[in-house]
Design a binder for this molecule. Structure first.
Ligand code: NFS
Length: 649
């Protein structure tokens, strides 16, 4: 296909991606970047007021367009946008939670010895979670205990009444807010189903009432599905600790068999990493003239195996097609979420074999080799064998040289240990440094990339500005990968930080930007925020702590769900690109303002990265002021009595 020239520099700040964009344009291989340039977004869809839930329409309604005030049924812009927003939350919660369900099932199978290649690795965390769930551990071996933990958490998906267990992890004051609003989730699947029901034609027509259920559904994700995924993955694969690795397309090797694992569930990729060390397969690789088998990741699968195994990261979501365009990817293995259908077409233009592996997802043009926990090793070995056989079929190869160092693996447990030290793991030093002003506050920069904005640039611009202003930054998902590519995830990046943050980073030896994992690991940030509250001195609820979140390049429904569970948890969240409520003034006023009366936090929309960074800093400063720590002051020493009062669980 003949493609129009594109301005690569305007499309991304990533030089490796620019190089591959030029290559794909030259070779007539269309990518998401090219398609985005051709497609003009529908303004009704952008503003969240295109209603497609029945067939009397579709109705395109807008407060801003005269004559388009309601749909055929009389639905107003605020009802339509709230319904659409609720459905995005439900879809995001469903994605994270279905991932969690799959992990829970594999976890159970591993505990029962029915999943070859999988075993319970972090017994300490298993015992801690079991105790939290009220499971008696005495006299039980790890597999028996894991089975009980797995069954208990799996039951939360189909639970009809009661409350999700991990809700109790939240600060007591936050739990009271949720009780008052009636938004404590009963069961994960139940809230998602009810969201779909309420938003079907002719049911819930009141936008605040709709959003209250949106909040409940979001909590079923953040403190439910996502948190279950994180905890069980940690127990199954090991809780992450800081680990060095490499990132960007330069991690692909011209002389090795390159296999990219892409998607979200770390189950099969874990086995692939192990299988790639198999002597027989290495011998087969040498037999076709390759010097080894190189596994690299894309998207959140990459984050998962990076954090636990130090596996190199080829790139974030918008680099999935560009990676294949190097001509050096012998196989790409995908499962679920954020996998573009365009991969099938791009793979056909090169020699790459594309494998779908989940029972829930197939792509035209891909080879389907279904993974389940019994056959995992065979599937992993089969894919590697086929990749080896594919290696000699490479045509012209062009691999960008960019390959950058990073440090990942900052789980809540690691932050606790690292800051508190070997003898007294605690958040005390972090709290003290926030109180004394060395650290202004904590910002989470998370989420996707979107070809509607300059890829990677918004994340890194915001992060640079934040750390320069002494804001400690936590990153997850594709935002984490993009920041890593710019060298922001190494201790040396402390040079870019303001003097206070720099001093703390240098004392501890940590980067000013901490990689906390994949998108389901945003649940780690809720736990970390709660640990700050629990430690004392920074308020009694998440809404009082100087923390803020943002997803400046978002595109996925999952991002909306994550944003909403942060807001519902009391943390204000900013989104860039565009915002799917702006077609309705009333609904936007609620999300950007009125919702604060309910949960003590709001959404905000800011497409300009510098303005977003400034807004985050303003929010942190306001919190500091409310806490009375806006002026540097002496450290307050909490005695045991004061601490007990602050205990939140
Ligand atoms: Ni998150 Fe991970 Fe990336 Fe966005 Fe997709 S990979 S789950 S949704 S695009 S950050």
């Amino acid at each position: 296909m003949k493609l129009k020239a594109v301005n690569e520099k305007a499309l991304t700040n990533c030089s490796a991606s620019q190089q591959m964009l030029a290559k794909t344009t030259r070779e007539g291989v269309e990518t998401a970047f090219h398609r985005a340039l051709k497609k003009k977004p529908c303004p009704y869809g952008v503003g969240g007021t295109c209603c497609r839930i029945c067939y009397m329409g579709p109705c395109r309604v807008s407060d801003n367009a005269p004559g388009a005030a309601t749909g055929v049924c009389g639905a107003t812009a605020e009802t339509i946008s709230a319904r659409n927003f609720g459905r995005m939350i439900a879809a995001g919660a469903a994605a994270h939670s279905d991932h969690a369900r799959e992990v829970a099932l594999t976890f159970l199978a591993a505990a029962r010895g029915e999943a070859p290649g999988f075993e319970i690795r972090d017994e300490e965390k298993l015992r801690a979670v079991a105790a939290e769930l009220g499971i008696e551990a005495a006299g039980k071996n790890k597999n028996r205990l894991a089975e009980e933990v797995g069954l208990k958490l799996l039951a939360e998906f189909g639970q009809q009444e009661g409350e999700l267990h991990f809700i109790r992890r939240a600060p007591a004051k936050r739990q009271e807010v949720w009780q008052r609003l009636g938004v404590v989730p009963r069961g994960i699947d139940r809230e998602i189903v009810e969201m779909m029901h309420r938003t079907s034609v002719g049911v819930d027509q009141e936008y605040v009432h709709l959003m209250l259920h949106g909040m409940r559904t979001s909590l079923a994700d953040g403190w439910g599905g996502s948190m279950i995924a994180t905890e069980l993955q940690d127990i199954l694969f090991g809780t992450p600790v800081p680990i060095r690795a490499k990132v960007n397309l330069g991690v692909l090797k011209a002389d090795q068999v390159n296999i990219i694992v892409h998607g979200h569930e770390p189950l099969l990729p874990e086995l692939m990493v192990a299988a790639a060390k198999d002597e027989e397969l290495l011998l087969a690789a040498r037999g076709v003239g390759a010097n080894g088998i190189n596994i690299a990741g894309i998207c959140c699968t990459a984050n998962e195996i990076l954090m636990r195994k130090g596996v190199p990261v080829a790139g974030s979501v918008l680099q999935q097609e560009l990676a294949i365009a190097t001509g050096a990817v012998d196989a790409m293995v995908v499962d679920v979420q954020c996998v573009m259908q365009g991969l099938g077409t791009v793979a056909r233009c090169y020699h790459t074999e594309l494998f779908t592996t989940s029972s829930r997802a197939q792509i035209p043009g891909a080879i389907h080799l279904e993974f389940n926990h019994e056959n995992g090793f065979e599937v992993a070995r089969e894919i590697i064998r086929r990749a080896i056989a594919n290696f000699p079929k490479r045509r012209a190869v062009e691999i960008p040289t960019e390959e950058v160092d990073l440090v990942a693996g900052f789980s809540h447990e690691t932050i606790n240990y690292m800051l508190g030290g070997r003898f007294r793991a605690s958040y005390r030093p972090l709290n003290d440094n926030i109180i004394n002003g060395r650290i202004r506050g904590v910002a989470a920069v998370v989420g996707c990339s979107n070809p509607r904005v300059r890829f990677g640039d918004l994340h890194t611009t915001i992060v640079r500005e934040l750390i320069a202003n002494n804001v400690l930054v936590l990153v997850t998902g594709c935002a984490a990968i993009n920041c890593a590519k710019e060298g922001l995830l190494i201790p040396e990046a402390a040079e870019l930080a303001g003097s206070g943050l720099r001093e703390v980073c240098e004392a501890v030896g940590m980067p000013p930007v901490l990689h906390c994992g994949s998108c389901v690991d945003n649940s780690r940030l809720l736990v970390a925020g709660t640990a700050i509250v629990k430690e004392g001195g920074l308020g009694e609820d998440l809404s009082e702590v100087p923390v803020c979140g943002c997803a400046p390049e978002w595109m996925s429904e999952k991002a909306i769900c994550i944003g909403q569970y942060f807001v519902t948890s009391g943390v204000t969240v900013g989104f860039g690109v565009a915002f799917p409520s702006t077609g309705s003034e009333k609904f936007s006023d609620y999300l950007f303002g009125g919702i604060k009366e309910h949960v003590g936090a709001t959404w905000f929309f800011e497409p300009d990265p510098m303005a977003m960074a400034r807004q985050i800093i303003t929010i942190l400063d306001e919190k500091r002021k409310a806490l009375g720590i806006d002026v540097a002051r002496e450290r307050v020493l909490y005695d045991m009595e004061m601490r007990r009062k602050l205990e939140v669980v």
